[in-house]
Design a protein around this ligand. Sequence first.
Ligand SMILES: C[S@@+](CC[C@H](N)C(=O)[O-])C[C@H]1O[C@@H](n2cnc3c(N)ncnc32)[C@H](O)[C@@H]1O
Length: 257
Amino acid sequence: MNRQDQVNQSCYTANRVASTYLRSNLQVPEVLIYVKYGGEILGSRVLDIGCGAGRTAVFLSRWAGEYTAIDYADRMVELCKRRCPGIDCSVGDVRDMSRFDDDEFDAVFFSNNGLDSLVHEDRVLGLREMNRVLKPGGLFVFSTHNRDFVGAHRTPEFSFSLDPSVTLRRFVRYWRCQRNRRRNRRFQRDEAGYAIINDPAHNYRLVTYYISVQGQIVQLGEHGFELVEAYDLNGDALDTSTDNTTSSWIWYVARKV
Ligand SMILES: C[S@@+](CC[C@H](N)C(=O)[O-])C[C@H]1O[C@@H](n2cnc3c(N)ncnc32)[C@H](O)[C@@H]1O
């Protein structure tokens, strides 16, 4: 395991972090994608990678004919199983899914930017594995951080409030962010096809992969997928012939060629 991997995996395994994923509802682009491709999901074999605490499992496990969920953080798997008793959910890593056969699934989901925890070489391994386990023509749905988003590079901020208890809480959070950033900013880098950024997620505890829309489309093509469509944070379909600067995350729908 490389150092960046250790940083991200230990973040997702932490109790405090894992339980934040119990709260979240579906995001607007996800709702649109689930509705639009619901006919394909219904009754089919679905693999939900990086299932977290079961936010997507709640929906996908009910629609799929056969639902399988994996996450490399054992704490997430525990929470997911507690939230959706009886589902097939276990510890597993996208980089090595040798327990699954070639062409086993009709649809693969890697939601909420889970793929972005990996270094570039491991992202490539993950894309290859997801392609392998998908049937030809199968659906691949995921989101990723947008390198061209204007607010991609942020540093910890602090502001006062008239309420001293709020100011104190904000200060503690600011202090935590600064401490984590001091530890993790050394992983940041700008490469030709992508960037690694220590962003505000989980108080700067994560080191995250960012890629442009054009870069992601090329990367999909290099690993046996073709883009169907992409959405921004508001759920608007993107013009994929150009890069986007306004949406922090982009949701992609692709198919195995
Ligand atoms: C941002 S969380 C999203 C969780 C969940 N999908 C959701 O939408 O609420 C990303 C998840 O991906 C998982 N993850 C990251 N890298 C992974 C990998 N290589 N294999 C499997 N799971 C991974 C993390 O443990 C974490 O639960």
